[in-house]
Design a protein around this ligand. Sequence first.
Ligand code: SF4
Length: 588
Amino acid sequence: MATRKFQMMDVNLTTGESGITDISDLFDEFLGGTGVATKLLSEMPPGMDSYSAEAPVIFAIGPFDTIFPVATKTVALFKSPLTGNLGESHAGGRLAMAMYGAGIHVLRIRGRAPTLSYLVIDEETAVVKRANSLKGMSALATERMLRDREDSEFKRSIIRIGPAGERLSPIGEVTVDAARHFGRLGLGGVLGSKNLKAIMISGGKYWKIDNKGQFNIFYKKLYDSVVNSPLMKKYHELGTSVNVIPLSKINGMPTRNFSQGSFEGAREISGERFAEKHLNQQIACAHCQVGCIHVASLRERFSAEDQHYKTFKVSYDHELIYAWGSNLSIGSTEEILRLLLIVEKQGWDAISMGTTLAWTVDAYAHGFIGDKETVGLIPAFGDAKTFEKMLGRIISGHNEFYRSLEKGSVFCARIYGGKEYSIAFGGNEAAGYSTGLWGFLGYATGVRHSHLDAAGYSIDQGNISNPQSDEILTRNLYNESVWRMILNSLVICLFARNVYTKEIILEGLDVLGISGWTEDRLIKTSRHIHALKYKFKEDCGFKFEDQELPGRLLRTVTSSGMLSSERFRTEIDRYKSFIADDRRSLGI
Ligand code: SF4
């Protein structure tokens, strides 16, 4: 097997210059993906503003991407404008395939284009082009325009921001191809600050597989465990929205801004109901055999007076149903889809925007905001029409209050009060699980404050049937968080985390001729990457001491019962001590 070469493309948007560097040594040390990107982000001065022209955005893929099943993701690292520290987001679609085809394993972007622009990368050539005609365009329309405007002989990936990113919203997202997103932590705002509306990538430089016999045997083994075993069945059938009814039954489905864990309308907004009423197609990221992306049809009038209709495609999953369904007490699939379409067109992080609107309901009810701020609108749970009008006012920048709403609930609570109703951890609005202490602890301690950092919600659910000590559970949370550094360096879809065992990973590296990896080295590398991330976070001002349970959650019954701030604090301190031990032993 030929020695694998890994390359980074650097693009300076200020000058329009680009260059290619061989970074095989970084891939040898950090495996790829999040490991390599973390090392590169660590070069950024921690005091630099997220929106500074020189702040880097780093997109990285891993050695398995596009070659093995469900190794489909690209990781983006940046300094988050939402939390002020590590920004990390993962997306599927065709981006990893297109980067791989272009022969680029890392794309690092710095600088600021003089005017709104888009970047076209065709193999090793990068051209910055003016995008003034795309100004204010939705993420959906931008893709259509670029697909018509730019040609390529290879399959392309187009990633772009919507108007929210152009307005530098710190909850602005980046849409990737048909229905994937770099959703969390404000990458859309960062690209907006660089005047970068979109990136289109393509190329045909695929690696040659020269040990086909060994490759085919390994590939078939992986393929069978993805397609024929039960490990990924639920993602293919109803997708993650299969969770809605079971979570509601165990009090784990956040409802009415996390004041309850059970939604009386769960059946009406379940994955089963969405499939019956709206499912139009299921699509997959490039080189995924599962196809978990469920896309609904939404038929809408062109305008209130018009008798003509247009059909939109809107993707849905558990997180979106939580953020725009149960947590806002909206029990109609049509109303959820209509709100999601607005969010998609604007390019906001759907979780953060939905959770921020949930905050407005409590903030209004408890007197932190009033008519002076909302100007005639009364946010109320279940009132989708008012939420739609509020979104319209955020888009038009109606007043200071509405402009604040697209900065997230933490910012709003700082300005207007009602901190206990801002359900956020580490500055990032919470995902859709109210299962208990380790779910919330996972949000608070995770490197990106996401449910995907360590799946604490699974630990909570396991603990209900098989109780363990707090120390063991926090240690399990920590170990999972550290191990995911390897999965995210490869960069596989985390839905396939049980397919990619240590043994499979080592065999896959061997099949690709990437030598020198052992189980022990994988573990050491995962700890190294994890420690580097925490160093960056702390250098940017993150403190474990600042992490607390939002007041609302101290009065909510979760799947695991009531929570106490003392127990939360004890486990935060314990988690911190695990990291301190690792950093001390690694000298980081
Ligand atoms: S399981 Fe879903 S998110 Fe994961 S790679 Fe497949 S289609 Fe993409």
